[in-house]
Design a protein around this ligand. Structure first.
Ligand SMILES: *Cc1c(COP(=O)(O)O)cnc(C)c1O
Length: 418
């Protein structure tokens, strides 16, 4: 059974003050998870998590993670400005973008962010945009081909197709980029790669670390540059389905440690730092979309209408993603009804669940849609004139902090020229 981090009583109190739908984040869960991550990589003195801001671009969340030692990984002007307003700048800020406009390079450079170049052509483009090459620089690698992690009893744990991905540089381009960046004054180099998404395999980070460690040794020997960090980026997944097991962050940390010990230490590169840019892993389980059942409909199937819709949470509509649903107060009731749980958009994919066994739901019930703390609110939109919801933080002392108010009709009409 999946854990709801709030009791029925407390949630009813909260919903009496803040109308549904809203996002609710769990401060305690977020902090404990961030501390576990740090502990798992404590063997690496330079370890740093740069939270992928696109997952949850909410200042209150970024500040909370910053208190736990996490910087920010941003990829657009708005995200740069967001980090700046949170006071997260300098080498607390990683700028991992692609197809990057010049003004964003200028802003990232002005903030002292670590810039991660997605392409060889961006070496000159960055220098033309900012007038110089910063001392610390990172390049993104794309190995091409198909990336797989060994089969287990349950089949392939992970498979992705870097050859079809728009990101990163080829291996020869990396050598050239490093040489040219060094000629232009760069002194400290990082290598970045992101080869798998939402994987529960404990082998992904260690496998990626081995690839990047070998490359660091080669590039160091080939070009003489000083490689100071490997950025393993994001991709550690969360168990969206109750029957899935979560990844073991300590096994992951230890696998990366082993890769460093096996490959970097013998080459005299033991001072290289590990960076990550996790998004989903940091936030998804510690946020929920709270919505109230408003209607029931009995036609060819049984429908439960709720007051949230795909504008609040797009993943089910967009990817058919599974999000577990708990009917608050009915946690122990038998799941003897088969429902489609739907929003009110004029789009037939506006369904949070299809043919889902759930306890009997009646209008007024509160539904807790799990694992929506990342790529939930952030992917929201305004189709059909639906408004974005509020975001609330359930603090460790049980109180509520409003992180973002709900949109109003005035917000919706703000950009119209009448
Ligand atoms: C999306 C993204 C991340 C975070 O990915 P998760 O799967 O949420 O961990 C990290 N780095 C970059 C460059 C990204 O685009």
């Amino acid at each position: 059974m999946k854990n709801t981090f709030v009791t029925k009583e407390r949630l009813e109190e909260i919903a009496a003050e803040w109308p549904t739908p809203f996002y609710l984040y769990d401060e305690k869960g977020i902090r404990e998870n961030a501390r576990r991550l740090r502990e798992a990589f404590a063997w690496n003195p330079g370890f740093r998590e740069y939270f992928a801001v696109k997952a949850t671009p909410t200042p209150g969340i970024l500040k909370l993670l910053y208190e736990e030692g996490c910087g920010c990984d941003v990829s657009s002007m708005a995200e740069l400005l967001l980090a700046e307003r949170c006071g997260i700048v300098g080498d607390d800020l990683m700028f991992s973008s692609n197809n990057t406009p010049a003004d964003e390079f200028r802003k990232a450079d002005a903030l002292g962010a670590i810039i991660n170049l997605d392409d060889l052509t961006l070496v000159d483009y960055l220098r033309e945009s900012t007038g110089h090459i910063p001392e610390t620089i990172c390049c993104r690698y794309n190995p091409g081909g198909i990336f797989t992690l060994g089969a287990t009893g349950e089949g392939f744990q992970c498979m992705d197709t870097p050859a079809e991905a728009k990101y990163g540089m080829t291996r020869p381009q990396l050598s050239e980029a490093f040489r040219r960046l060094a000629d232009m004054g760069a002194k400290s180099f990082g290598i970045h790669a992101f080869l798998a998404s939402n994987t529960l395999s404990n082998e992904y980070f260690p496998t990626l670390a081995r690839i990047l460690c070998r490359m660091a040794v080669e590039l160091h020997q080939e070009t003489g540059v000083n490689i100071t960090f490997l950025n393993l980026s994001g991709g550690i997944g969360v168990p969206y389905r109750p029957e899935q097991t979560e990844s073991d962050i300590f096994a992951i940390g230890d696998g990366v440690r082993q890769a460093f010990a096996d490959i970097l230490a013998p080459a005299g590169l033991e001072n290289v730092s590990v960076y990550s840019e996790l998004g989903r892993y940091m936030l998804a389980p510690y946020g929920a979309l709270i919505t109230r059942a408003t209607h029931e409909k009995h036609i060819y199937k049984e429908y439960i209408g709720v007051d949230a819709c795909a504008c609040n949470l797009m993943r089910p509509a967009m990817y058919g993603a599974y999000h577990h649903i708990t009917v608050i107060g009915k946690e122990h009731a038998p799941c003897d009804h088969l429902y489609d749980v739907v929003g009110g958009l004029c789009e037939n994919n506006d369904k949070f669940a299809i043919d889902r066994p759930l306890p009997e739901i009646v209008p007024g019930d509160l539904l807790f849609i799990h694992d929506t703390g990342a790529h939930g609110f952030s992917m929201g939109y305004n189709y059909n004139g639906k408004l974005r919801s509020a975001e609330l933080l359930l603090k460790e002392d049980g109180s509520i902090e409003l992180l973002r108010r709900a949109e109003t009709m005035d917000d919706y009409f703000r950009t119209v020229v009448w």
